[in-house]
Design a protein around this ligand. Structure first.
Ligand code: ARG
Length: 652
């Protein structure tokens, strides 16, 4: 039962219709049954034991890993320790972490898995922060953190509520990371694929920046290529004043520029004279012809203004360094490849033949990647090779990420291979394509407007705001609540954008995802508004029970945490997994893991709040402990939202 008074707490911050713990069951990592600890366990849990002498900056998983490795080495030798097979527990009742090494080891050793597990446990010393390890099932070793250790880690989180126990990478662990994302093409409308790249890329940048890496956010804009020939040619015909150097581009804006592009393309396809002129224009532009360059700049400038509006709406920062930036290096890249004997002539073009089975057909022919076309022009691949070389040599990149749709996987495999073989990118620099799936309509088909056109990003974001406005207005009406127009505007603009971002990020990156406005703006469900509400509610409960204290008032306190109810220990243990989850994200670059974690935190918080009165706690000490849990929970949710690029609200 919800404690009395709880409704009132929440009602000051949210409308009563939202007062429900969780609209539907969400994923929780450790679903602990609602039971009270009894006897010794309860006594130990409540007693404020001094924190154990283990590191409070390392994660439990890292600590455990090194101990398990040591035990495996002692018991079965260093080979056995190569993979300690340590993971967070997969099931309730399996402790907090589990080590599955005994199963595979048993096969190798010709012993019974449970005996192997027992031998590992014999050699395993974790008594300073874990309960006695136990063996479960066929031979899993279950590891459970002690409440004293959990409290120590919670206090470390409390010490700085903005970092929450997440240490900044320093020394060689802090990397120079180039993130190549967003990257729309000039004079072509930015589409949903670019939106995904922008949202995912920004979230990854935020995470890496938070972890202390030196991140370069690069917008590899498609601002070069043969399409400019037709654009400039049409511009010459239609705005002669500009071309003559006396006029301005005037009111032609990007919307028009896209239409302009379509018109140019249509002419190009049917009018041979136009086509020839456009091709001459490409040569003129590449040759540095002054008028052509000015026209090119004007077109890029207009696109840039339009793109920037979207970046502002999304609150995404990105530095433009488009394809044209690498022009001066292209010839040298190809010359270098030729010098090394990697690039050869093939049917008039210059190509590099790729190595590896996936690039070899049954006849044994190797697939080529073209680096200079037969007309002498360079292409997308050449530009990427030059960009890689530049990023390593000039930017000093140690890790380079490319956030694009999965359709470009082959392209990246090819250019990565060539760059490695040419020595442009040494082995120690990691090259990672971070692919994502397609955005589909609600019907699972291609995402289009009703009239069958490509959905414009601006329209899409506007629509998200419109939908969240109707959602909010309906809720206000149902609750007989009135809010100022300014408040409504602020909330719906934040919620609308957040909804689009969250719907994208919560989906496993490589899957296709179905875009549904109706689902993403709902307050109940796996949505941004729900998570934003979870923050408002958690902070509200804390403020109310704490007599109006701000979250930061809790900062730096040394709290004697107590866990008289199992739900609070379960919440506590999930909270202190934040640094582990972020480390996983740093490696795998999958923002949906962060969404799942945040959902788990919110579910466990709801359970905690149902079972553990905060204001009406049995003692001042227990109340302080619970208040601190509220403060950490609110800060964890706020941090997760921030890493997803989502702003928090004070009320919703
Ligand atoms: N402009 C490209 C597109 O729209 C994406 C560029 C991705 N980055 C890169 N370095 N290739 O498909």
């Amino acid at each position: 039962m919800r404690p009395r008074g709880a409704l009132a707490v929440v009602a000051c911050f949210v409308s009563p219709s939202c007062v429900r713990p969780a609209a539907r069951p969400l994923v929780a990592r450790w679903p602990t049954p609602a039971r009270r600890l009894t006897g010794v366990a309860a006594a130990r849990a409540v007693a404020s034991a001094p924190p154990p002498a283990v590191s409070m900056t390392e994660t439990a998983q890292d600590l455990l890993r090194s101990r398990v490795v040591a035990a495996l080495t002692t018991a079965f030798g260093p080979d056995a320790a190569a993979n300690p097979m340590l993971t967070p527990a997969t099931k309730a009742g399996f402790g907090d972490y589990q080590c599955n090494a005994a199963l595979s080891l048993a096969k190798k050793e010709g012993k019974r898995p449970r005996d192997v597990a027992a031998a590992i446990i014999d050699a395993l010393d974790v008594s300073d922060f874990c309960e006695a390890p136990t063996v479960a099932g066929p031979g899993f070793i279950n590891l459970t953190l002690t409440p004293a250790y959990v409290s120590g880690r919670l206090n470390a989180m409390l010490a700085d509520l903005s970092r929450l126990g997440v240490t900044k990478r320093t020394g060689s662990a802090a990397k120079k990371v180039v993130v190549d994302f967003s990257s729309p093409n000039i004079a072509k409308e930015m589409h949903v694929g670019h939106l995904r790249s922008t949202i995912i890329g920004d979230s990854l940048c935020r995470l890496l920046e938070f972890l202390g890496h030196d991140v370069v956010r690069l917008n590899h804009v498609g601002d070069w290529g043969t399409q400019f020939g037709m654009l400039i040619q049409l511009l010459r015909e239609e705005v002669p004043d500009f071309v003559a150097g006396t006029g301005e581009l005037g009111d032609v804006d990007l919307g028009d520029l896209v239409v302009f592009y379509k018109r140019a393309k249509a002419r190009f396809d049917v009018d041979p004279a136009f086509k020839e002129a456009a091709q001459r224009e490409v040569v003129a532009l590449q040759g540095g012809d002054e008028v052509s360059r000015r026209a090119w700049q004007a077109i890029c400038g207009q696109s840039r203004v339009e793109f920037q509006k979207l970046y502002d709406t999304l609150r995404v920062e990105v530095t433009e360094r488009g394809e044209s930036f690498y022009n001066p290096y292209l010839a040298d890249v190809v010359a270098d490849l030729e010098r090394q004997g990697l690039a050869v002539e093939d049917q008039g073009a210059t190509v590099v033949f790729l190595e590896g089975a996936q690039f070899t057909n049954r006849e044994g022919d190797r697939q080529p990647v073209i680096v200079r076309k037969s007309d002498g022009g360079f292409n997308y691949a050449t530009t990427d090779l030059a960009a890689m070389r530049y990023r390593v040599q000039e930017d000093g990149a140690q890790r380079i990420l490319y956030v694009t749709d999965i359709g470009q996987s082959l392209h990246f495999q090819q250019v990565f291979q060539v760059a490695r073989r040419a020595g442009f990118v040494p082995e120690k620099v990691s090259l990672e394509h971070v692919p994502f799936g397609l955005v589909q309509g609600e019907d699972g088909k291609k995402f289009k407007t009703r009239s069958g056109d490509v959905v414009k990003l601006k329209d899409l974001l506007d629509e998200a705001v419109v939908r969240s406005r109707s959602e909010l207005e309906a809720r206000l009406a149902a609750d007989n609540r009135t809010e100022s127009p300014e408040y409504v505007q602020d909330v719906v603009s934040k919620v609308g954008i957040a909804a689009v971002k969250y719907a994208d990020l919560k989906t496993s990156r490589t899957s296709n995802y179905r875009f549904s406005f109706d689902k993403m703006v709902k307050l109940d469900g796996d949505t941004a508004p729900y998570m934003m509400y979870a923050f408002v509610r958690t902070q509200g409960i804390y403020r109310e029970a704490g007599g109006g204290r701000a979250l930061e008032d809790m900062e730096g306190k040394d709290v004697a945490f107590a866990y008289p109810v199992a739900a609070e220990l379960a919440l506590a243990k999930t909270l202190l997994r934040l640094p582990e989850v972020l480390a996983e994200l740093e490696r795998d670059l999958c923002p949906h893991v962060l969404c799942e974690y945040m959902k788990g935190v919110s579910t466990l918080f709801n359970r905690f709040y149902e079972q553990c009165p905060v204001r009406g706690a049995d003692s001042e000490a227990v109340k302080e402990s619970r208040l601190a849990l509220c403060a950490i929970t609110a800060s964890v949710i706020r941090r997760c939202l921030d890493l997803l690029g989502i702003q928090t609200l004070d009320k919703i």
